[in-house]
Design a protein around this ligand. Structure first.
Ligand code: DGL
Length: 261
């Protein structure tokens, strides 16, 4: 099974991309809804949670781990790799590669939670490949709650997105990385406000393509992963709002299974 974890429900954007890109594989999702959000927490706390989430998924039978959460990918990836002997994937690298591939002027904007932006993970990875890149980052802490409220088309959301993106827009970026699980759901507004010529690098699509390529190039592991086409959605807390957000993201009814953390 492919194990996917996130700080909450937003990581279902990655599950949706996986279901489109590598259909048929069994997926185990864990959303740490009891302890969400991670984006405002310290690296030490996020590392602790990320290790516990990984352990949970491995105990349930996951054969590879996808860290769907950008915040956990930014600060906890190395700790997970150091502790567990299974393939582990984070969402930063594929999004960075996608953004570099599509940028002509190497003016790249990154938006994410405070913890992701403060970690500098995206900048470091872009600079390692393109030292001359002009990178502009912006933490957008209000966007996660707006998505969770379902405020996709409200004038207030448009205004807030416009305000956040202003400092990137004036720098003439030609590529913008959506460095947070929730932002793909605001892609239309973001595209409109940053300008239609700017390429949007969606980290959920980028990781799904990376997993597809990995499975093709690792047939031994690929054969071991069960393919009954089932997905189990575990969460550490359950509320009607989480269920609503899950339905909104996956565009279908799913059953969330509550596990005690
Ligand atoms: N999943 C988080 C991320 O992608 C966003 C929500 C949170 O702050 O926990 O960074």
């Amino acid at each position: 099974m492919i194990g996917v974890f996130d700080s909450g429900i937003g990581g279902l954007t990655v599950v949706k991309a996986l279901l489109d890109e590598v259909p048929g594989y069994d997926i185990l999702y864990f959303g740490d809804t009891a302890r969400t959000p991670y984006g405002s927490k310290s690296p030490d706390t996020v590392i602790k949670y990320a290790l516990e989430n990984t352990e949970f998924l491995l105990n349930q039978g996951a054969e590879l781990i996808v860290v769907a959460c950008n915040t956990a990918s930014s600060v906890a990836f190395e700790s997970i790799v150091a502790k567990y002997d299974v393939p582990v994937f984070e969402v930063i690298t594929p999004a960075v590669e996608l953004s570099i591939k599509n940028s002509r002027n190497l003016g790249i904007g990154i938006i994410g939670t405070r913890a992701t932006i403060n970690s500098g993970a995206y900048e470091r990875k872009i600079r390692a490949i393109k030292p001359a890149a002009r990178i502009y980052s912006k933490a957008c802490p209000l966007l996660v709650p707006l998505v969770e409220e379902g405020w996709f088309k409200k004038p207030e959301t448009m205004m807030i997105v416009k305000k956040y993106l202003h400092s990137l827009k004036v720098r003439q970026i030609d590529t913008l990385v959506l460095g947070c699980t929730h932002y793909p759901l605001l892609k239309n507004i973001i595209q409109r406000k940053i300008g239609k010529k700017v390429f949007i690098a969606d980290s959920s699509l980028a990781i799904a393509r990376e997993i597809k390529n990995f499975l093709i190039s690792h047939p031994e592991l690929e054969q071991k992963i069960s393919k009954k086409g089932v997905t189990h959605f575990f969460v550490s807390d359950i509320t009607p709002q989480f269920e609503k957000t899950a339905r909104m993201i996956l565009k279908k009814d799913i059953q969330l299974i509550h596990v005690k953390s």
